[in-house]
Design a protein around this ligand. Sequence first.
Ligand code: AMP
Ligand code: MG
Length: 422
Amino acid sequence: MAALTITQASCADDYDPNSMPVAKARDFIHQFLQPVRGTLRVPVRSALGRVLAEDVLSPVNVPAHRNSAMDGWAMKGSDVVGDAPATLTEVGASFAGRPFAGTVAKGQCVRIMTGGVVPEGTDTVVMQERAQASGKSVTFAPGAKTGQNVREAGEDLKAGSVALKRGRIVRPAELGLIASLGVGEVAVYRPLRVAFFSTGDELKSIGTTLGEGEIYDSNRYTLFGMLTRLGCEVLDMGVVRDEPQLIERAFQEAAANADVVITSGGVSVGEADFVKGMLGKLGEVVFWKIAMKPGRPLAYGKIGAAHFFGLPGNPVSVMVTFYQFVRDALLRLSGRDPVPALPTFKVPCTSTLKKAPGRTEFQRGILARGADGGFTVRPTGEQGSGILKSMSDANCFIILGEATGNVEPGTTVQVQLLEGVV
Ligand code: AMP
Ligand code: MG
């Protein structure tokens, strides 16, 4: 953790906790994030989706040998450069995995296939489309350049150099790259442990019958999904009733067993007061009203060694605040470096959007390809923070900045992709 404590930082800073800009809240949280300490060595395949905890060094040159990029013939460049066709004598072959054993002299060439070792005495490959063979006599079209179609040993990676940096996530390409080096094990960060619970007397878990005024707890399911997709180990602590003692115990248990504690509900005005007092006793927590919609109330802090995120209760607000604040923080804590931003770009919006200046809005949008092949975006419809279907229908957020007012059709807006990300 940074030397600065959370309360020192929040006091020293000039921010207004009752109207906290999105970017400022993100930056504030960022200063307290350090990757988890634990690492483990795993066989290559088990590293899929994990974060590298050490640089992967190449023990070998890649490619290991000087080899051909084409099917053709290898020869001395000096034999084939020039304006006239050149005829050479084929003295053998070099196929991938079966090199030519001898040395090639002036006036000679060797049949070679892609990946075949370029024989001693040669430095150039002419592709077969530019050659005419008649028995062992091969005539090459003019226009060759010395060194062409030859991949040098170590051209991709020199032995001892960094093939993959610490902080990189291992995807299929990295699995293949690691295997191509002959490396069988890599060091990865241990997965981040995240405990979460919901608060609210109105919440019931699925499998029980609803009484009057009660609703099913959906936030624990979206959280489970979002956390699992980020590679976290989850600890679902269920619904905790709005009772100070129960909530206090839940916080203590969560903080003792996880790197990160996430709650939903209970940080909005009114409810926040007793939670505020309690968290002041258990750790250091700042409570903000973010200048955004949805997702105004947000709490961040530390309870013991655990990071704490207090998300709003409304189901859409949970998802929006998760993607705008928690995702990046969890990736950083998981060891990702750099943390990849959610892809954001600009497209025309085809509808009118209602928007009040003074806060950042994250409307749920549908990005689609128009008749001309370009993308446009439209809102999903009702934008209430309780309407989870708006998230389900959406494939992007339409991000409308603080200064923006109503949006007319045809205006260019910023969208942030959810598809393939969440
Ligand atoms: P709160 O922040 O606790 O005042 O909750 C705001 C709104 O979100 C209320 O309508 C709650 O019923 C609803 N809510 C809170 N937690 C959940 C949950 N886990 N699942 C579904 N809705 C919730
Ligand atoms: Mg509540």
